[in-house]
Design a protein around this ligand. Structure first.
Ligand code: SRM
Ligand code: SF4
Length: 513
């Protein structure tokens, strides 16, 4: 008996509630639920199904919700940014936003009764939060400098948008893909530096020449989970950078939806199916749904650069223009800073604002003669183009302030320690530190030079917050996942432990005096 048949017989509790009522069905019930008030909503609707609309109740802050958007390719315009700023500003102290590790935006402090109105506002500026949580395809990432980078191979913007439209039915919701066995990640890289971390996605498209024609090699099955982390493997397929990308995504998602393992939720990500079948059979099933013979992969891809972080001023492919990468410490934004970003994008640029997977922002199309004026704007002192070394490359997941999975507080602590070490040490090379509050690995500690994963330990007879330390993550060309090198270091000992690692492994020097 194949495991797929077993899967059909023994469904886990998530499969049961999805079979009872699809998560997307909550869309039609929203008005009624709002009238009812969040306290009396059925528990599964509140804690699970609302996530199909991107609405996450935060038990850490009862009655306050997080709204996870979709920002295809990380690109927003100033009108959209203003709407987002306005939404969170009404919540005062509670209202904030985060740039996520998938080039996306999450809004915080949202009150349930406001959601229908918020959805109206989002629709007016062509934004959606649909299918952004639970067993759906997450925000689709693409090269953050698509259409700007003079060394770009493929402009990913339209492709990402088209894949999102296929999956979400243009943002209205699409029952064809709302009951996957588990979450699903897609990335499309168009540059030479693997800016999207292709290797950690369930499907990744990476540029590759086949018989002189530029298209994509396809990788599948990359994922992180508390149980297991794997880099994506080649599907041995090559597609042209057009509708073929969309159709191949549709085919892979269809095979995953119909055959993915659903018995054990810990073994439901795409890689488990690929392993169960073997890559040959998987490829064959995908090809059958795709409906045409798949071309074999090009012998090598064109990822031949080290990864860039896009911070600072960079000339664009358009003469006379630059894009400016701003460091947003641990990705946190206030309503005020978002309004200001929108203003700067309009005054100095073309109105666009882009997010990166490092939780930073890019302002494109700054005419070179206006650079000086932009750089002297007050916001650029806060979101600087010249941050200190460790702050520059710092990434952090949400952590205990809002996430009930968290074992430690992350963002605030990450920033404080990085700032202190930057004061104390001289670093001659960039060191990428990623924090993640629990083994779910949203902060991607395995891609970092130094990854910190929240845990608990005992110290002096007390249970204290601690981290496991990962090292050896390599990004860009020949990307490789890091592995755990130390277990359960109490957070209070971390500044010294990190200092020692930075001195011994990364050549940092302690400032004298
Ligand atoms: Fe994540 C669950 C936040 C990127 C792996 N993730 C969660 C939840 C929804 C848990 C919850 O309900 O509280 C977190 C919401 C906390 C909050 O209030 O913000 C959460 N994940 C995040 C974000 C916001 C971290 C950040 O600060 O940037 C990222 C949102 C991305 C987006 O825009 O959609 C985020 N999560 C990731 C990534 C990184 C990536 O995609 O490159 C991963 C690892 C890669 C992967 O998925 O393969 C990731 N998140 C998980 C997992 C483990 C998945 C698994 O297969 O076991 C969970 C738990 C789950 O799904 O059961 C999870
Ligand atoms: Fe929450 Fe854990 Fe993800 Fe951090 S890694 S956002 S603590 S689920």
């Amino acid at each position: 008996m194949t495991s797929t048949v077993v899967a059909e017989k023994k469904l886990n509790k998530f499969e049961k509630f999805k079979a009872e009522k699809d998560g997307l069905a909550i869309k039609e019930e929203l008005q009624e639920l709002v009238q009812q008030g969040w306290e009396s909503i059925d528990k599964t609707d509140l804690e699970q199904r609302l996530k199909w609309l991107g609405i996450f109740h935060r038990p850490v802050t009862p009655g306050k919700f997080m709204l996870r958007l979709r920002v295809p390719n990380g690109i927003l315009n100033s009108r959209q940014m203003r709407v987002l700023a306005k939404i969170i500003q009404q919540y005062g102290e509670d209202g904030s936003a985060d740039i996520t590790t998938r080039q996306n935006i999450q809004l915080r402090g949202i009150r349930f009764e406001d959601i229908p109105d918020i959805f109206q506002q989002l629709k007016q500026v062509n934004l959606t939060s649909v299918q952004s949580g639970m067993d759906n395809v997450r925000n689709i990432t693409g090269s953050p400098v698509a259409g700007l980078d003079s060394n770009e191979l493929i402009d990913t913007r339209e492709l990402v948008q088209n894949v999102q439209n296929m999956i979400t039915n243009g943002g209205d919701g699409n029952y064809a893909f709302t009951n996957l066995p588990r979450k699903f990640n897609i990335a499309i890289e168009g540059g030479r530096d693997n800016a999207v971390h292709a290797e950690i996605n369930d499907i990744a498209f990476v540029p590759a020449y086949r018989e002189g024609i530029l298209g994509f090699n396809v990788l599948v099955g990359g994922f992180f989970s508390a149980k297991r982390c794997e880099a994506a493997i080649p599907l041995n397929a090559w597609v042209e950078p057009n509708q073929q990308v969309v159709e191949l995504c549709r085919a892979i998602l269809t095979v995953y939806r119909d055959h993915g393992l659903r018995a054990n939720r810990q073994k439901a990500r795409l890689m488990w199916l690929i392993e169960d079948w073997g890559i040959e059979k998987f490829r064959g099933e995908v090809e059958a749904v795709y409906g045409h013979p798949l071309l074999t992969a090009a012998s090598e891809d064109v990822i031949d650069w080290e990864k860039r972080d896009h911070i600072g001023v960079h000339p664009q492919q358009q003469d006379g223009y630059s894009y400016v990468g701003l460091n947003v410490p641990v990705g946190r934004l206030s309503g005020e800073t978002m309004f200001e970003l929108a203003r700067l994008a309009e005054v100095y640029g073309n109105g666009e604002i882009r997010c990166t997977v490092e939780q930073n922002m890019i302002l494109p199309y700054i005419a070179n003669e206006n650079l000086e004026a932009l750089l002297s704007e007050p916001l650029l002192q806060e979101f600087t183009i010249a941050p200190s070394s460790l702050v520059r490359s710092l990434v952090s997941c949400t952590g205990a302030k809002y996430c009930n999975f968290a074992l430690v507080e992350t963002k605030q602590r990450a920033l404080k320690i990085a700032e202190e070490l930057d004061q104390k040490l001289n670093l001659s090379q960039p060191v990428r530190i990623h924090w993640t509050g629990c083994p779910n690995s949203c902060g991607q500690p395995q891609v970092a030079d130094i990854g910190l994963m929240g845990t608990k330990t005992r110290k002096d007879g007390q249970t204290v917050e601690a981290v496991d330390i990962y090292m050896g993550g390599k990004v860009g060309k020949d990307a490789k996942l890091g592995t755990r090198v130390q277990k359960a270091v109490p957070c209070e000992d971390l500044p010294q432990v990190l200092q020692d690692i930075l001195v011994n492994d990364f050549g940092a020097e302690v400032n004298q005096g």
